[in-house]
Design a protein around this ligand. Structure first.
Ligand code: KIV
Length: 301
């Protein structure tokens, strides 16, 4: 959908909240008037979004309640990211998390989301060795993790792995640009695709799309290059620090909600200060317990 200036408009801006007349495949309720769940977002709905000039929203989720809340709020895609490593398990980077650690989180999210497409990250070390290894790990995430699709990091080098996974019935998102699993090889958190480097990302995106990736995710890519990638490929794109031309946007939910402390990357918008809110309620609870005010008579049997 375009506005009068020809710019893409967000679906949310056009359709009265929560879901008014003119709802699209993406922008629709989780249940009908009788409370019966409506259908799941599928990969072809994301393709429709690109074809129709609509946008979609993706957030990470790692557990039951966040999956339920985001799903009911209409978030279209939930990513069980390997960022669970440094947002759930207390690691410094995404590298240490294992398949066996991420699988149960994925299962919890997939069981709890009724509408969103659930995408699982393949952790570092679980797909790089060969296309066979990628297929085997992808199958585990669909079979044991109940994910609907997987995401891997890396450029055209992984085109054969994408082809093999897609051939095995596993929908794949390819993550290019800054790929956190390669942070040591990339020399830290650095914007990718600036200047002449832009063509490399376009070539990667084309190769991965031709191999069957249904979506390309770009992290910390210059806005001009991200726009050129989006233009060069027919499939939808998702951005995180990749400007405003991609079909979808993704954020790590703890960043978006202001749960994480410390310096935020430039691409993060914090929509709340949940860290302070939770700290305040924890202090109030602690004080009431110490003062003998909780539990009150109404909480006792
Ligand atoms: O694991 C993750 O959260 C991600 C996002 C940064 C896209 O891959």
């Amino acid at each position: 959908m375009m506005d009068s200036t020809g710019a893409r408009m967000s679906v949310a801006a056009e359709v009265p909240a929560p879901y008014g007349p003119g709802s699209t495949a993406l922008n629709r309720p989780t249940s009908d008037a009788a409370g019966k769940p409506v259908g799941r977002i599928r990969t072809h709905h994301l393709q429709q979004a690109k074809d129709n000039g609509e946008r979609f929203a993706m957030l990470t989720a790692y557990d039951q309640y966040m999956a339920e809340i985001f799903d009911e709020a209409g978030i279209d895609v939930l990513l069980v990211g390997d960022s669970a490593s440094n947002n759930v398990f207390g690691n410094e980077t995404s590298l240490p998390i294992t398949v066996d650690e991420l699988l149960p989180l994925c299962r919890a999210v997939a069981r709890s989301a009724k509408r969103a497409l659930v995408v699982a990250d393949l952790p570092f070390g679980s797909y790089e060795v060969s296309p066979q290894q990628a297929v085997a790990t992808g199958i585990r995430f669909l079979k044991e993790g109940l994910a609907h699709a997987v995401k891997i990091e890396g450029g055209s080098f992984y085109a054969n792995s994408v082809r093999s996974m897609v051939g095995a019935g596993i929908p794949v998102i390819a993550h290019i640009g800054f790929t956190p699993q390669s942070e040591h090889a990339l020399g830290g958190y650095r914007v990718q695709g600036r200047g002449d480097d832009g063509q490399r990302l376009i070539d990667d995106a084309v190769a991965l799309t031709e191999a069957g990736a249904f979506c390309i995710l770009m992290e910390m890519v210059s806005s001009a290059t991200a726009a050129a990638v989006d233009e060069a490929i027919p499939v939808p794109t998702i951005g995180i620090g990749a400007g405003n031309s991609t079909t979808g946007q993704v954020l790590v939910w703890q960043d978006m909600a202001g749960l994480r402390k410390g310096k935020m990357p430039k691409f993060v918008k914090q929509y709340a200060d949940m860290r302070s809110s939770l700290s305040d309620i924890a202090k109030a609870y602690g004080q009431e317990v110490r003062a003998g005010q909780f539990p009150g008579p109404e909480h006792c049997f």
